[in-house]
Design a protein around this ligand. Structure first.
Ligand code: SAH
Ligand code: SF4
Length: 381
């Protein structure tokens, strides 16, 4: 097992089993989460014998890098990690603000919580594959292979935090937007949130974490009840159930009204502005009438709409709209009074569409995915 699979209590129990006092757990914890060591031998204030025992019984790495792409023109690193059982998941390390996930709120929240400094964001996976059945998503096309456990989620972040530390940088944000549906793997997702925000560990503010969901209603309610200011992003992609059920399989179980009702409850419970993600697909969900309908549906919810031109996947005919269409869609949303950005999920030039690096590594993605320059314009809300 990996030491990152253990909670602090679990670590204390493991140490007691080795004949150590429980307080040593705090010591080891700091090496794991503050010093980010990648070798037990580096835990220099532990007795040599204990280091030997720990090294014999535990690992500090369960993930191994199968593929890595450093983007030519966007400061992002996409990683394909192999897991013990041969599964593979993607993680992206981005060296800029993921502004669409955390735009300035302008709601009396004071200064943007990120401050003016640099942002280093990890986008992590919570499942290998996904059962939610979005037709445009490479991960969805795999189906659900398995849930990740909390240790596997945490290790993705630790790997990136170590990489940042080597460059003299600090991890600032984490978004649960890689492969899989975080709210369909609640236990591991929540254990990961707790681990990342643990004040004696990485100590990230919950406000710097964003869970992105396709709209798992009980999961949104659990998040609302959890009483931590973790941010929420909801992937909508359509303004009506008829279309949404064609694009997003799970919409047949959780329809739009139910999802937006849960969003309202999340905000009533103190939740912040919600980012609504909307993948723009040519001729499918990109008309002015659909933009107007979307804006109407979001009325009464403090929202930010994040438009993402489709990154085409190998097995699909679906294409992104022209830049003109994307701009007109955005303009309509803004005119209706909502905050809205149109942007590339940066890093997409490194085959970074969700699930696409894995497909590529498996030889199932025959061509390099690149989005024509000029398609994407960045806006500040
Ligand atoms: N399952 C969660 C989080 C992972 S997907 C969710 O769906 O929200 C993260 C985001 O990537 C979602 O908004 C999803 O719609 C988007 N996405 C998936 N495939 C895409 C593609 N081919 N092009 C652009 N965005 C895509
Ligand atoms: Fe799953 Fe999200 Fe992909 Fe939909 S977009 S299939 S919910 S990972």
């Amino acid at each position: 097992p990996s030491l990152y699979a253990l909670t602090q209590e679990g670590l204390a129990a493991a140490l007691v089993e080795l004949g150590q006092p429980a307080w040593r757990a705090g010591q080891v914890w700091r090496w794991l989460y503050q010093a980010l060591v990648d070798d037990v031998q580096a835990m220099t204030d532990l007795p040599l014998e204990l280091r030997r025992q720990l090294a014999q019984r535990y690992r500090l790495h369960r993930l191994h890098v199968l593929a890595r792409t450093d983007s030519g023109d966007s400061p992002a690193t996409k990683l394909l990690f192999g897991l013990d059982d041969g599964q593979a998941v993607e993680t992206v390390l981005m060296h800029y603000g993921d502004e669409a996930d955390d735009p300035p709120e302008g709601e009396g929240s004071g200064a943007p919580e990120s401050g003016a400094g640099e942002r280093h964001t990890v986008c992590l996976s919570t499942q290998a594959g996904c059962a939610m059945g979005c037709v445009f998503c490479a991960t969805g096309q795999m189906g659900l292979l398995r849930d990740l456990d909390a240790g596997e989620c945490v290790e993705q972040v630790i790997w990136c935090a170590r990489e940042l530390a080597r460059r003299g940088k600090r991890l600032s944000h984490v978004v649960f937007m890689g492969m899989g549906e975080p709210l369909a793997n609640w236990e591991a997702t929540w254990a990961t949130v707790e681990r990342l925000t643990d004040p004696s560990g990485l100590a990230l503010s919950p406000r710097r974490l964003t869970l992105s969901t396709v709209g798992i209603v009980p999961g949104i309610d659990r998040l609302a009840a959890a009483g931590r200011p973790v941010r929420l992003a909801v992937s909508l992609h359509a303004p009506d159930d008829e279309l949404r059920s064609r694009l997003v399989g799970i919409n047949r179980s959780y329809a739009l009204d139910a999802i937006l009702g849960a969003c309202r409850r999340y905000q009533a419970a103190g939740g912040r502005r919600i980012t609504f993600e909307y993948v723009l697909i040519a001729g499918v969900n990109d008309s002015i009438a659909q933009a107007e309908a979307l804006a109407r549906r979001l009325r009464g919810i403090r929202s930010h709409v994040n438009l993402i031109p489709l990154n085409p996947t190998a097995d699909s005919e679906l294409q992104p709209p022209t830049s003109q269409t994307c701009l007109a869609f955005r303009e309509t949303i803004v005119t209706a009074g909502l905050s809205c950005t149109l942007r590339l999920r940066r890093g997409i030039d490194i085959q970074a569409g969700c699930g696409q690096l894995r497909m590529r590594a498996e030889g199932r993605l025959g061509r390099t995915v690149s989005v024509p320059r000029g398609l994407v314009t960045e806006f500040s809300p």
